[in-house]
Design a protein around this ligand. Structure first.
Ligand code: DC
Length: 224
């Protein structure tokens, strides 16, 4: 069976992580959460006291950073060098900082190479904002997963309950701001690739999204 490279782009809270992990599990593929890499850069920038618009120091930081994913039991850890930073990158503050550093071309350029290297072997599901448009324009199957703001905010609200509870209105406000940042930036803005399959998850379950995606994936296998 042909090895596929599958990309899933879309705004925060659309359910990308749940479905990307499930697809990777079903197919025996690797799963790469590229948002975690931007979060890793944001985390290290804050630790080093570098502001999110200081391109010179962000560039130096990216050159010395060694971000990698390590599979550990049920989950995947994000390592920065030998330090496990998984538990520190999911806070609302890190979400905003990740969105801010992701608009800087020095950061995008550095992570472009890291991501392409991770995709060399194919047999992978990559989740992000510009996977189908910029990082892997030749991906075998591209999905763009959306949902309306209310549905996305309510999902994120539930996720945050275990990490750092926030009022629903605040989650929705932050999400709207982040959507605007991610969609309006000049480099690699969040948008569907011309050849992406669009799926709206506002009113359907994650299982239903996965089934829709599997239908497209099966068609790609059948074409071989
Ligand atoms: O998917 P996430 O919420 O963990 O991503 C955090 C931020 O990183 C998001 O607001 C925008 C940025 N990002 C990006 O610009 N490109 C990607 N491929 C993935 C994430």
């Amino acid at each position: 069976m042909r090895k596929l490279l599958i990309t899933i782009d879309g705004p925060a809270g659309a359910g990308k992580t749940t479905v990307s992990k499930a697809l990777a599990d079903r197919l025996g593929y690797i799963y790469v959460d590229t948002g975690a890499l931007y979060r890793g850069v944001a985390y290290e920038a804050r630790a080093a006291g570098i502001s999110t618009d200081d391109d010179q120091n962000l560039e130096k930081l990216c050159q010395r950073l060694n971000l990698k994913f390590v599979n550990r039991g049920a989950g995947t850890l994000l390592m920065s060098g030998n330090t496990n930073i998984t538990d520190f990158i999911r806070t609302p503050e890190m979400s905003m900082m990740a969105s801010a550093v992701s608009a800087r071309s020095v950061v995008r350029q550095a992570l472009l190479e890291v991501q392409r290297k991770m995709g060399e072997q194919k047999s992978a599901v990559f989740e992000g904002r510009d996977m189908g448009t910029v990082v892997f324009p030749d991906a075998d199957i591209k999905f763009f997963l959306t949902a309306d703001l209310k549905a996305r905010a309510s999902r994120r609200y539930q996720e945050l309950a275990n990490i750092k509870p926030q009022p629903l209105e605040e989650v929705e406000k932050d999400m709207k701001r982040r959507d605007e940042n991610d969609s309006s930036r000049h480099i690699a803005p969040l948008k569907p690739a011309a050849d992406a399959v669009l799926i709206d998850s506002s009113h359907i379950s994650a299982e239903a999204v996965i089934e829709k995606m599997m239908t497209h994936i099966q068609q790609a296998f059948d074409r071989d």
